[in-house]
Design a protein around this ligand. Structure first.
Ligand SMILES: [Zn+2]
Length: 407
């Protein structure tokens, strides 16, 4: 009986895998009237030819047309450089964080992945939880629909001297790599309210230097002085960054460090879902008025960052429980409230987002040789940024997951 059941399960898994695998040699032709190529250019009245998981040609004469996306705005699937894909609300409706190991937690994580993909995000970087690893792998094998996931596995939490000696920190980084991490996430400061550094310069250097030796990028949760410290420690990217000075930001430019600031979604989400967060770890009742006050502070910081020439600003929504699938709201906040140029907002989640993942030659651009991650919006985000809410077509790696294009 058990072996019959096993074969049944295997057969089902095989079917799912087959259904989700791109047809290797079959050509798919997508007709477009307007496509943003992901690098700031606009393609008009042409056809995108896909074979297997890749874009192979841009050819206005390719036929027959399989998907007619004329009248929509087509662009590369978005990349969200900062999410917490497993973070969910528990069965009691309260914030349950992201490390749970119950069936509810697993289904919730799978649902987060599905919602994220349906919202047009074909790649996300999760920062992070060990629970990301099996989800990442199941999606990569085609067992579940979801975005391509890169994960930090277990983050390094700065706790002053208790964090460990530089040698212990290096060992911790290697442990994450062995567990399958794609990058290392480091908390070098607590919060805007308590921005003092939680790792010394020496500890930060050990973490980022060891990650570099292991071929991994480092994303550092930092505010105020921790931003400069992370930059001087050779880390790859600063998350949040609020309270950094213009000189700190200029130093980031000099050292080629990426900035991932937020424009509002994460804080709006805490307020919208206040009852679900209140009383759970890190969310005492008195924190909510402070969160509300922080929103303009984040807008001002992003506005200031935009004025620093050469600063590489990447898209990261910090999606967590309540905001999975609403990642694109962050685009709206950034354009409406912080004055980000709409094309710049799109590029920050396309070619620039891909470059920040060191995947600039594979993702984030509509051109031959790139992964066929293609989405379409009902509307023009350059004229009305709220069009990012209307994702009607989603292809990831040559597989169509959503096709609700109006006829
Ligand atoms: Zn985060």
């Amino acid at each position: 009986m058990r072996s019959i059941l096993c074969s049944l399960v295997l057969a089902i898994v095989c079917c799912v895998v087959t259904a989700q695998s791109p047809a290797q040699n079959k050509q798919i032709v997508i007709a477009v009237s307007t496509a943003l190529d992901g690098k700031g250019r606009v393609l008009t009245n042409t056809r995108i030819v896909v074979e297997g998981s890749k874009i192979v040609r841009i050819d206005p004469n390719a036929s027959p047309v399989n998907y007619d996306l004329r009248g929509l705005t087509v662009l590369p699937g978005w990349i969200d450089g900062h999410v917490h894909i497993t973070w969910s609300f528990g069965p009691d409706g309260k914030n349950a964080g992201g490390g749970g190991t119950t069936p509810h937690d697993y289904y919730a994580a799978a649902s987060n992945a599905w919602l994220t993909l349906m919202a047009g995000f074909t790649t996300v970087q999760s920062v992070g939880s060990p629970a990301d690893l099996p989800l990442r792998d199941a999606i990569a094998k085609g067992m579940l629909p979801g975005p391509r996931i890169l994960t930090a596995a277990e983050p390094l939490l700065g706790r002053g001297e208790q964090t460990g000696t530089p040698e212990e920190i290096r060992a911790y980084v290697r442990k994450q790599k062995e567990a399958g991490a794609d990058l290392i996430k480091i908390f070098a400061a607590a919060s805007v309210r308590r921005p003092e550094m939680s790792l010394s310069q020496e500890q930060l250097h050990a973490a980022c230097d060891e990650a570099k030796k292991q071929g991994l990028r480092t994303l550092v949760h930092a505010y105020k002085d921790a931003v400069r410290a992370a930059t001087n420690a050779g880390c790859t990217q600063v998350e949040h960054g609020t309270l950094a000075t213009d000189d700190d930001l200029k130093l980031m430019v000099q050292k080629g460090v990426w900035l991932d600031p937020q424009a509002g979604l994460v804080m709006e989400n805490y307020l919208t879902n206040k009852e679900k967060f209140a009383g759970t770890p890190g969310f005492p009742e008195e924190v909510f008025p402070v969160i509300r006050e922080m929103i303009p502070m984040y807008h001002d910081f992003l506005k200031r960052a935009l004025k620093i020439p050469g600063l590489k600003i990447v898209f990261g929504s910090d999606a967590l429980a309540g905001s999975h699938g609403r990642n694109a709201e962050e685009f709206i906040d950034s354009v409406r409230d912080a004055g980000v140029d709409p094309m710049g907002a799109m590029v920050s989640a396309n070619s620039l987002g891909a470059e920040a993942l060191a995947m600039g030659s594979q993702l984030g651009t509509i051109a031959p040789g790139f992964e066929a991650d293609i989405i379409a919006l009902d509307g023009d985000p350059l004229k009305d940024i709220t069009a990012v809410r209307r994702v009607v077509f989603v292809m990831k790696g040559g597989v169509v997951y959503k096709n609700n294009a109006p006829r």
